[in-house]
Design a protein around this ligand. Structure first.
Ligand SMILES: Nc1ncnc2c1ncn2[C@@H]1O[C@H](COP(=O)(O)OP(=O)(O)OP(=O)(O)O)[C@@H](O)[C@H]1O
Length: 678
């Protein structure tokens, strides 16, 4: 590791974009009594505009709201509408692209409303529903609202749907746009109560949104509460992790305790290594505040994520090292400084090769502006950008919608379950490439979720597809669960998929790498990582989730606990589907046969020259070093994920017999064989 002292300070250039416009901050107390919170609400830039907002939203069926980060859109507009009775007694749904935002914002609003979470104000995210019949303000992920639409396409229980952080353009948000718009139209046609749609963001292409939502009026909210000073580096940085550490330590040495820092990096491994370096280096520093270093990324359980939001003790400094999950909507108390790497890990899909890859790419201007906006929420802030101003200018304005760069199988299955059979003509705001839709349809046909209608070319959902859509999982995982009853290994498959849903149950400390590896060795299976994960789950169950056992064995206790919760919920869905529960005991064969049958599209075989080649499209891939099969050369494997770093790696794989694959999908493999021969 280079010495972070080598890097010069980022140049103080100028105030950009975030200078204060029309609003003078009032000096409000930041305490948390009801009165203090009420005063804080009144001090927000949005407050003077509230009557106008209420009147405009009353007038029109849809509205687009655009206002500076931190102006009060997310926390205040739902409350204003409720207080003014615009919801006519029904529930107001507020969607967020991310779980952590839905939870943290709902908690803040519950506090401001002086109620307990789960009462008047609640939240609903995958595997966690904290609402009750009394809930009138429901913060939820866009994915959860989409699932509700499958059961109730007109979303009858809501009178207002607020689609927040619309600029993020996640797949679910984009599909929701079309679904919510269709629900509004259908309600109008059938004489039901009007459904109001409000779309909000600080950084969006308003004309495009207004056009799509039937020329909805655009409400501009002026001003921000506190100024943010933005600084760019003088020179481009070749190593953004290194540059972020240098910048952090400069702040840490100079700024007083209580001024917290938020660093944006790209992924779990990078964050964990950043956290470790900060902890190690901080230990040797004198005359600096005590430091709390907190990682924040999607794979962490909600209870761990929410730790980042705790108030810092007065003598301490908190540094949160996060992915883009901390980019929008949220207010992390205490954050004065933001350090932005300008990079993000994005999913990229190639419909021709069928590969869905995770890759680190440059962020968009919209993302960078959102990151800047995480500072300056409780007092003036500073954002250090680890890129030059001209690099900023050359960034793309908006993020490419996820729907145009991801595998669409999951979404297409959900749309079919919503009764939208002609997905190609669905009212998308920006249409995905037809070949991406076609390859998703093809995949779902191969998985048996869709079939051709007898006298037409139209595809329809099969009974299996309908069951698959009931699981909040990728269709391949849903299929594996449904197949597990045939292979009589449902209990084992549920354990494996639950552990896979939470990620990273193995803790690897670089200071104790050998000890960690030795300890993990006893769970490792020569049959592959799925069985390794099952071994971990079984061992965890056998000690009743004992925390010191987890600690001694370098197992992440929190993630294991979450996996157990996920398993419970998946089991409930199986029960609702009338599935019988069976176990195959210690024999791993039925499990691997079942995985082969569900994941036959993710198979790879060992070629003569020692490389692995995917069977779907003859791409060269390697076994990820974290796999229990890393040192092995099995003839044939199925994998659950491909990641591209220096090479294209298969992560989480199992040894399978090629015959099992052939038995699961004979037509598919016959076609593949013919293609290879020709
Ligand atoms: N958990 C919290 N703790 C302290 N202050 C908070 C919290 N949540 C919100 N606030 C205060 O309320 C302000 C408005 O937050 P809100 O999320 O409503 O803004 P927004 O306009 O939706 O911003 P963004 O576009 O960034 O989501 C914040 O700037 C902050 O001052």
């Amino acid at each position: 590791m280079r010495n972070p002292e080598d890097l010069g300070p980022p140049e103080k250039k100028q105030k950009l974009n975030h200078v204060q416009t029309s609003y003078s901050p009032k000096n409000v107390s930041k305490g948390s009594s009801f009165e203090e919170l009420r005063d804080a609400r009144r001090a927000l830039p949005i407050y003077p505009a509230r009557q106008k907002i209420i009147a405009e939203i009353r007038k029109f069926p849809s509205a687009i709201v655009i206002g500076e980060t931190g102006s009060g859109k997310t926390t205040q507009i739902p409350q204003y509408l409720l207080e003014a009775g615009v919801n006519s007694g029904a529930t107001i749904a507020v969607t967020q692209p991310r779980r952590v935002a839905a939870i943290s914002v709902s908690q803040r609003v519950a506090q401001e409303k002086n109620t307990n979470i789960g009462g008047l104000v609640g939240y609903c995210v995958r595997f966690e529903d904290v609402t009750s019949p009394a809930t009138k303000l429901k913060f939820m992920t866009d994915g959860m609202l989409l699932r509700e639409a499958i059961l109730d396409p007109t979303l009858t229980r809501y009178s207002i749907i607020i689609l927040d952080e619309a600029h993020e353009r996640t797949i679910n948000t984009d599909v929701l746009f079309g679904v919510v718009k269709a629900a509004q139209r259908r309600r109008l046609k059938t004489g039901q109560k009007l459904l109001k749609i409000i779309v909000m963001s600080a950084t969006m292409d308003v004309d495009h949104f207004s056009e799509y939502f039937n020329k909805a009026p655009v409400l501009y909210l002026e001003g921000r509460q506190y100024p943010i000073q933005v600084m760019h580096t003088k020179e481009p940085q070749s190593d953004y992790l290194f540059a972020s550490l240098v910048t952090f330590f400069q702040i840490h040495k100079e700024a007083p305790a209580g001024e917290d820092v938020l660093i944006f990096l790209t992924g779990q491994e990078e964050i964990e290594s950043g956290v470790k370096i900060i902890n190690d280096m901080a230990r040797n520093l004198k005359d600096v505040p005590e430091l709390m270093v907190i990682p924040l990324y999607a794979a962490l359980p909600s209870q761990t994520q929410i730790k980042a939001f705790a108030k810092t003790p007065p003598s301490c400094r908190k540094v949160v090292v996060a992915t883009n999950i901390a980019e929008t909507s949220i207010t992390i108390p205490g954050i004065k400084f933001v350090i932005d790497s300008g990079m993000v890990k994005a999913k990229l899909y190639n419909p021709h090769s069928g590969l869905d890859l995770l890759k680190v790419v440059t962020a968009s201007k919209a993302q960078v502006l959102q990151r800047t906006g995480r500072a300056g929420r409780e007092s003036p802030g500073v954002c250090y950008r680890l890129f030059t101003e001209s690099e900023f200018q050359s960034m793309s304005t908006n993020t490419v919608p996820e729907i145009q760069r991801c595998n669409l199988a999951s979404v297409v299955l959900q749309l079919m379950a919503l009764g939208i059979s002609d997905v190609l003509t669905f009212d998308f705001m920006d249409k995905p490439a037809p070949e991406s839709i076609n390859s998703a349809l093809e995949e779902l046909v191969m998985l048996g979720a869709l079939e051709r209608q007898s006298n037409s070319d139209m595809l329809k959902l099969t009974p299996l597809g309908k069951q698959m859509a009931a699981f909040p999982l990728d269709p391949r995982f849903a299929k594996v669960i449904l197949l597990a009853k045939e292979y009589e290994c449902l209990e084992e498959i549920l354990s494996i998929i639950s552990v896979l849903s939470v990620d990273s149950v193995l803790v690897t400390l670089s200071s104790k790498r050998k000890e960690c590896q030795q300890s993990h060795q006893k769970f490792m299976s020569s049959d592959g990582d799925h069985i390794t994960l099952l071994n971990i789950y079984r061992a965890y169950k056998s000690v009743n989730g004992n925390k010191s056992w987890c600690f001694d064995n370098f197992i992440n206790a929190r993630n294991m606990h979450t996996a157990q919760e996920v398993r419970k919920q998946l089991r409930e869905i199986c029960e609702r589907n009338g599935m019988t529960f069976s176990s195959c005991g210690r024999d791993s064969t039925p499990i691997r046969r079942c995985l082969a049958a569900g994941f036959f599209l993710n198979a790879a075989e060992l070629s003569k020259d020692g490389d692995f080649i995917t069977m779907a499209n003859r791409t060269k891939v390697s076994i990820h070093p974290s796999s229990s099969l890393f040192q092995c050369k099995p003839a044939c494997v199925v994998y659950t994920e491909l990641v591209k770093t220096t090479k294209c790696y298969m992560r989480t794989l199992s040894v399978v017999d090629p015959d099992w694959l052939y038995e699961a999908a004979p037509t598919y493999f016959k076609r593949k064989k013919a293609a290879v021969i020709s």
